[in-house]
Design a protein around this ligand. Structure first.
Ligand SMILES: NC(=O)c1ccc[n+]([C@@H]2O[C@H](COP(=O)([O-])OP(=O)(O)OC[C@H]3O[C@@H](n4cnc5c(N)ncnc54)[C@H](OP(=O)(O)O)[C@@H]3O)[C@@H](O)[C@H]2O)c1
Length: 216
């Protein structure tokens, strides 16, 4: 049996976050979910603790981090991120709070089209980002600022970034594995399963990798 862990989840009401929360609970873990609108999380469970909070400026962050093993952020608000880097502002609050609470492991979900620090996107990714995915530019720039901040200023924490490529809310297409070069269009539930496995994987620490379906 897997050892029970406690996850502090931001973005639990989102498309990835709902699958993540359900899966973590199904595997016997505890989830403390922070949601700006808790009624959107349409599930109850004895091991699920839902708290109201909006990023940045989450109240009682130090309390939320008590007795937590892993922090997982699956946050995004495309409209808001066009105006300001809200996720970066939040991560800049979260990291010092994690240090204060003695919590070191963080998984942050970004996108495959968000450029990791010190690297270029492949030409095809650049074309997609600047054409069909152009309306997500604010989200990518915010994610990139988060990766930059974590790389430059949070080397003492065990952070990892999942540059997810998500396509649909369909059923599982297989198992996603970490890759520095190859990306798959995943389903939300496969991306959530990847996040759950990867946050516990020490080999993913300080990576900003993509995910790709395991070859059958
Ligand atoms: N969706 C994709 O195809 C895709 C592809 C590649 C990468 N990504 C990356 O993965 C991230 C998550 O994707 P997703 O599709 O699962 O996201 P999503 O369905 O849009 O959900 C985003 C989550 O963030 C929460 N949130 C947004 N702004 C907040 C705020 N200010 N305070 C508190 N909570 C806030 C939302 O709460 P509410 O429920 O209240 O809105 C929701 O729970 C994206 O931001 C993006 O960077 C997504």
């Amino acid at each position: 049996m897997t050892q029970q862990k406690t996850y502090l989840v931001f973005g639990a009401t989102g498309q990835t976050g709902q699958h993540f929360t359900a899966l973590a609970l199904k595997q016997g873990h505890k989830v403390r979910a922070v949601a700006r609108n808790p009624t959107k999380l349409a599930m109850t469970h004895p091991d699920l603790d839902v708290r109201q909070g909006t990023v940045p400026g989450v109240a009682n962050l130090d309390d939320l981090l008590q007795v937590v093993d892993f922090v997982v952020c699956m946050l995004g608000d495309r409209q808001m991120q066009k105006q300001q880097k809200v996720n970066t502002a939040f991560v800049r609050e979260l990291v010092p709070a994690m240090r204060r609470a003695g919590v070191s492991r963080l998984l942050y979900q970004a996108g495959g089209l968000s450029k990791p620090p010190g690297r270029q996107l492949p030409p095809l990714f650049r074309v997609i980002r600047n054409t069909v995915a152009r309306s997500y530019i604010g989200q990518h720039e915010d994610n990139e600022a988060v990766m930059e901040y974590l790389t430059q200023e949070a080397g003492d924490l065990e952070w990892m970034v999942h540059r997810a490529g998500i396509g649909s809310n369909g059923s599982s297409k297989g198992v996603l594995e970490r890759s520095s070069t190859s990306a798959s269009i995943g389903t939300f539930q496969d991306v959530a399963a990847y996040n759950l496995a990867t946050v516990a994987d020490p080999s993913a620490i300080h990576t900003c990798d993509l995910s790709s379906y395991r070859k059958r």
